[in-house]
Design a protein around this ligand. Sequence first.
Ligand code: S3P
Length: 441
Amino acid sequence: MKSYIQISNKIKKFSKTIQVSGDKSISIRCVLLASQAIGTSKIYNLLESEDVINALKSIKKLGINYKKLKKYYEITGFGLTGFNTNSKIKIDAGNSGTFARLILGLLVNSNNQITLIGDKSLSKRDFSRVTKPLEMFGANIKSHNKNLPVKIIGSKFLRPIEYSEKLGSAQCKSAIMLAALKTPGITKIVAKKSRNHTELLFKSLKIPIKVKNKKNSDLIEIKGHSNFKSFNYSVPGDISSCSFFIVLTLLSENSKLKIKNVNTNNSRLGVLKILNRMNANIIATNKRSYKGETISDLIIKSKKNLKGINCPKNLNSSAIDEFLIIFIAAAKAKGVSTFSDLGELNKKESPRLNIAINFLKKVGVKVLREKNNIKIYGNPKLYLNGNFTMKNFRKDHRVFMMTCIAALSLGGKWKIHDRDSINSSFPKFLNIIKQLGAKIN
Ligand code: S3P
């Protein structure tokens, strides 16, 4: 298979119903929690992408068996002391920041040195945001200039901590929560708002947790050393994966899309709130509650008159993975859009803020940047002619998907490199795009 794809035509009008793959954040959390439960858990609709497969392979190295059956994965845990860390082990997180940071939380009681490695992109990312609080629990951690490889040896004398998480990072909050599971006593976290899947899973598994929601932060208390039973879980669709098809529909002519079974947890809804403030009118129907999560079907229609937005920064964390594609909508909207305080975007699989600005400029969109704030001067008549190439984006899956959507909705003849980048989060992306009628070579 070629390592690049070519797109030479805008997508024609479509009217379809689709379903996207399982949510990545929840899939990784289910694998990790099932590895700590007592007994065999069944996880339905687990996302089958490289990030999740790396999580499965890693728990296997730590002595936890899993089996793929027709409709679900079975994972058999032996409780909170069930990882076999009696020898030195190396685990490879591949591209996954979420898995890499969360597993460190579960290794604070390891008997031996565990070495965590990752791919080129992950090896450039900052791990001090998790190693600092994990050291406070008593774990011994060595890293290479805050980066991977990280070597961790657990402690037999873990102590609970009080920690203020100020980045709004769910990865950081969740790593601390998982370490709290392994630690006697009560761990207290004041966490700036971020996705709350770990809290909801803890509650549904009856792990002793108290959460008090404040305006900008949550107070979380976890009583550690409480074993919990295996569970069944059916992972809902990933709203991050949906966001690409949502913007494609909005920007295409006379098109309509229904996406079934999507996780619409409020802490992930930033993309819908932002696009709806831009006039998008995306509707979430058939809302139901599942183990604390909210699930809906989304209905999206083309929208000719999107308007610019002054995006309030309190929506940043609930749209953190969707800004790339939101910027494409802003580029086609009438008026100027402003986004502020987006420094965290440059800490992702690639420096996304820098990449997005270069991309927008390349397709002729005026963008002004001041520190981590940007202004996008939208143009409803934006239409591309000529040839474009997209490469050198550190194989960031979301940059690849954003570029495909831009090509299919703005026009131009495109060569987009690193097609295999989508395997980390959404291997079915190109199949679904083709299902909508796109021509991709
Ligand atoms: C995630 C949290 C976010 C997000 C990532 C998934 C999670 O990262 O960008 O894709 O599952 O906890 P941060 O916690 O670093 O913001």
